[in-house]
Design a protein around this ligand. Structure first.
Ligand SMILES: NC(=O)c1ccc[n+]([C@@H]2O[C@H](COP(=O)([O-])OP(=O)(O)OC[C@H]3O[C@@H](n4cnc5c(N)ncnc54)[C@H](O)[C@@H]3O)[C@@H](O)[C@H]2O)c1
Length: 459
């Protein structure tokens, strides 16, 4: 990387973070008429969807700040509402109907932790009811739902955070710092994967024995999905069906791409192609368990052109090493949630000759001539490469990305600001390309995307 570019990158570091989240363009970054919550006040929140992640999110929210107070929960399965009272206290208000939560004036914020097909509906209803929103990833189930969520958010003036919490880890922050400082030169390739090899990891979660049309609200679960007869597998293992979930791309690629956008300040790819198959978990699911997608990123003012390859393989019985590797012209950053290795490697100016090279095939006189010219062109100081350098980073033991993600949300709520690390514009710029990975897989075609306008390109 040339020094001018390096300085440019350094000088735009702060501004670029804002550009990537769309914050620079937000005239509404500070909402003056929003009720400010003083540090001594509580932010009363409710969780809608008290399944596996609903419990994880509620606990992380409670760990994040003493301001957060858990007061109510909605879920469609009675057993989970009973669990709420058992785990968090009998005074927590519980209901099957999330609208009863939105109606309550004493609730400031909601955590939306339902299956993906409910995200957009509840988010928009929550803004309409004047709530702040923490919504799980992916922000929407379908690309065409993104614009209306963003619009509802802007209109509401409320804070929103989307839940790919890894971007709030110390390791991801360090990756971003190193990348923006120009440590790996110009980016040209990213590789990131999320393989698994176990039944629970492949989404076959336990089904309670009492699951029935009496103990759960099947019709509401279906929502805008096609009407089908009650099936406990669809309710408790909804990720396996594209009517409710978003496949491996929406479930897991979204974490990977969100991390890469966070580190690189990229707005997104312009060309997306996927290949995959249902290779192992033939249990009635209609989504692949193995997918590889290639995403081409255009050059922007903030980074060079690069290609990203994402992979999920739920049948990887081999070595699993779920990391993200960002490769540039002067090294790579290889990182996970809690550690990072920066490797710096710079080529010598002189290309060298001999060994497996055509030099040895030249005539003796040509070889002599070649060496003479080489010595003039490449003096000794151009022949040595910088030694390869490796720098390791371990996240501090107390690093808690999930709680930190919530802290960021609640701090913005309390200040009346919208500058969360994963606001809806940033979140949609991550969700849409991974949903396009599904589109490419199911329609067997290359999808072209406009990362600035956030629209599928025609043709
Ligand atoms: N950020 C992360 O790392 C992470 C991890 C896991 C899951 N998630 C996300 O969290 C969400 C939930 O996943 P999960 O694993 O907890 O699923 P889950 O099936 O365990 O829980 C979902 C719950 O939502 C309830 N529900 C469904 N529709 C509802 C409605 N209309 N109103 C109220 N409750 C409703 C169901 O009764 C169920 O209990 C998904 O969007 C998923 O992608 C995020």
């Amino acid at each position: 990387m040339n020094p001018t570019r390096r300085n440019f990158i350094k000088s735009v570091t702060a501004a670029s973070a804002l550009i990537a989240t769309g914050s620079v363009a937000k005239p509404f970054n500070i909402i003056r008429d929003l009720k400010k919550i003083s540090p001594n006040d509580k932010i009363r929140f409710a969780t809608i969807g008290m399944g596996i992640q609903g419990n994880q999110d509620t606990k992380a929210a409670l760990r994040s700040t003493p301001m957060a107070e858990f007061v109510a929960a909605a879920d469609l399965y009675d057993g989970r509402l009973t669990h709420v009272k058992e785990a968090y206290g009998k005074d927590i208000f519980t209901t099957r109907d999330y609208r009863e939560i939105l109606e309550r004036k004493d609730i400031d914020a909601v955590l939306i932790v339902t299956p993906d097909h409910w995200h957009d509906h509840i988010t928009k209803a929550a803004f309409q009811a004047g709530k702040h929103v923490y919504c799980e990833k992916p922000m929407v189930q379908h690309i065409d739902e993104g614009a209306s969520v963003i619009e509802a958010w802007k209109k509401s003036g409320k804070t929103m955070q989307v839940g790919s919490q890894r971007v709030s880890s110390a390791s991801f922050r360090e990756a971003k710092r190193l990348f923006l400082a120009g440590e790996i030169g110009d980016i040209n390739f990213v590789e990131s994967n999320y393989d698994r090899f176990n039944s629970l990891g492949a989404w076959n979660y336990s089904i309670p024995g009492d699951a029935s049309l009496t103990t759960l609200d099947w019709d509401t679960f279906l929502g805008d999905a096609p009407k089908v007869p009650f099936d406990a597998k669809r309710f408790f293992r909804w990720r396996n069906y594209k009517d409710y979930g978003t496949g491996v791309a929406g479930d897991l690629f979204v974490h990977l791409i969100t991390g890469v956008h966070f580190v690189t300040n990229s707005l997104g790819p312009e060309r997306i192609y996927s290949s995959g198959e249902l290779s192992y978990w033939n249990d009635g699911r209609d989504v692949p368990d193995m997918m590889v997608s290639i995403l081409d990123y255009p050059k922007t003012d903030l980074h060079a052109k690069f290609q990203m390859v994402l992979r999920v393989n739920f049948a990887n019985a081999g070595a699993i090493n779920n990391n993200t590797r960002i490769v540039g012209t002067e090294g790579q950053i290889d990182f996970t949630d809690d550690n990072l290795i920066l490797t710096k490697k710079k080529l010598a100016k002189a290309p060298g000759y001999g060994g497996y090279d055509s030099f040895g095939t030249f005539s003796a006189s040509e070889q002599k001539d070649f060496e003479k010219k080489y010595d003039v062109q490449y003096p000794p100081d151009t022949r040595k490469a910088d030694p390869v350098k490796e720098v390791r980073f371990e996240a501090p033991k107390e690093d808690d990305p999930h709680a930190q993600h919530f802290r960021d949300f609640f701090e913005n709520v309390s200040k009346g600001t919208l500058g969360t690390v994963e606001d809806p514009v940033f979140a949609f710029r991550a969700a849409a390309p991974v949903l396009a990975c599904n589109k490419s897989y199911f329609e067997k075609k290359v999808v072209t995307w406009d990362p600035v306008a956030m629209k599928i390109k025609k043709g």
